[in-house]
Design a protein around this ligand. Structure first.
Ligand SMILES: *Cc1c(COP(=O)(O)O)cnc(C)c1O
Length: 418
């Protein structure tokens, strides 16, 4: 459930007409609903009941400072994949002690920054990384808390670009070799073993792969226990899917229940962390765009809009389908089938094909489910300034990232020495 609904034929974000935002902030523009963000986070949190758990929101899904602040205020932890994301968490008022650091290629300076900031756990993905963390921790005189991110080799049944838990991907340590890595970690005086982590992929629409991964990870927990290594938490990553079109992902409650069923059978209730991204923010945002031209012809009609693949990459990158709706329902406008395309000089620059729309030139469109992997993946391709981001809160809204100017885009370029 989200807070983007029609009232009197006009689409609103909470109590603000999207037309008002388009007229004041301009288009293209991302619009987020705070009530939706909060609701989604709470649904996931509540699903755990009193089972010990931590929700580490995956910053890469939407890293706007205002989004992070909103979630930090609810008590959320964070999952980061770079030093830049750690800086965002700190500036948004997030708690580093509730923050876990994931990623396959952490640099030495990122590791130092994380250790100095006191992040709660670094999820390591290789022996080289373990050794590097050990060295940095020794130099800084700090104890590093780590988990090993294992690759449980399960098929998440999702788009190949966002499947991460199969053996052939670059992610994690093969689960079979994990014990050896833990033993190596346990010998390092400045490394404290905190837990085990996995993340098998994104936009999962079935709990099967999760329960399979949980079984494999819990078998490892037992194996480690037999070897005298006790874990303080199990991090199951993120990846729960959302409905873009007709997917039927499990509800957060059903997903958490399936996980908990496995954990509750055990003698001790080992704390669980999860790292949801998309399920929190995906349907809490839309991309607002205006139709510049309608181009009618055979075999296609085109609605050429002012948003493009540089603003929203998912359709071009993953052939992802996102719903596109008219912001104002106009009963008199002719209904046609359109390809909704941007101005970028690439045939891949399509936001949606074969969409029935009753629109005229100048109409506003909302591309739904754009809160996750939308603004964060935007670029300046074709020297297009990045779109602003707006956060709606009831009847009020604020621009939480202003529109880039051409000067912003060109700021770091120089003609010196040319
Ligand atoms: C991307 C990512 C997530 C979040 O994935 P979602 O599909 O957005 O929930 C969580 N953990 C790790 C390690 C990730 O790389």
């Amino acid at each position: 459930m989200d807070h983007f609904n029609y009232r009197h034929q006009r689409l609103y974000a909470e109590d603000v007409a999207l037309e008002t935002i388009a007229n004041t902030v301009g288009t293209p523009c991302y619009v987020y609903s705070r009530a939706t963000l909060e609701r989604h986070w709470r649904v996931v949190d509540d699903a755990f009941g009193d089972y010990p758990h931590r929700i580490c929101y995956s910053v890469k899904a939407n890293s706007n400072l205002a989004v992070l602040r909103t979630l930090a205020k609810l008590g959320s932890g964070f999952d980061i994949v770079s030093g830049g994301e750690l800086e965002r968490v700190l500036r948004a008022g997030g708690d580093p002690q509730q923050t876990v650091f994931s990623g396959v290629g952490k640099t030495e300076s990122e590791i130092r920054f994380a250790l100095e900031s006191g992040v709660s756990c670094i999820n390591i993905e290789s022996k080289g990384e373990l050794d590097r963390i050990g060295r940095c921790a020794a130099e800084l005189g700090i104890t590093a808390r780590i988990a090993v991110r294992v690759n449980p080799d399960v098929d998440p049944v999702t788009h190949p670009y966002i499947a991460t838990g199969l053996q052939e991907t670059k992610f994690g340590v093969p689960i079979a070799g994990a014990v050896e890595l833990y033993q190596r970690a346990s010998q390092h005086p400045q490394i404290e073993i905190s837990g085990v982590a996995c993340h098998i992929g994104s936009q999962l629409t079935d709990v099967g792969p999760y329960t399979e991964a949980v079984d494999r990870v819990l078998a490892l927990v037992d194996q480690l226990q037999d070897a005298g290594i006790l874990l303080q938490h199990v991090d199951l990553g993120g990846g729960l899917g959302i409905r873009y079109r007709d997917e039927q992902p499990p509800s957060p409650a059903a997903y958490v229940e399936a996980l908990l069923a496995r954990f509750k059978q055990r003698d001790t209730h080992i704390p669980i962390s999860i790292e949801p991204g998309r399920v929190i923010v995906g349907n809490a945002g839309i991309l607002l765009t205006r139709v510049e031209y309608l181009k009618h012809g055979k075999p296609k009609n085109f609605a050429i809009v002012d948003a493009a693949m540089n603003d929203l990459l998912r359709p071009a990158l993953y052939q992802a389908w996102q719903e596109i709706v008219a912001v104002e329902i106009e009963p008199d406008a002719p209904t046609r089938t359109y390809d909704v395309v941007g101005p970028v000089c690439e045939t891949a620059d399509s936001l949606g094909s074969n969409r029935e729309l009753a629109i005229r030139a100048g109409a506003l469109l909302a591309i739904r489910s754009a809160g996750a992997y939308g603004a964060v993946m935007s670029s300046n391709y074709n020297t297009r300034p990045r779109a602003p981001e707006v956060l709606v809160n009831g009847a009020r809204y604020s621009v939480v990232r202003r529109r880039e100017t051409i000067d912003d885009v060109l700021r770091n370029e120089t003609l010196e020495g040319v």
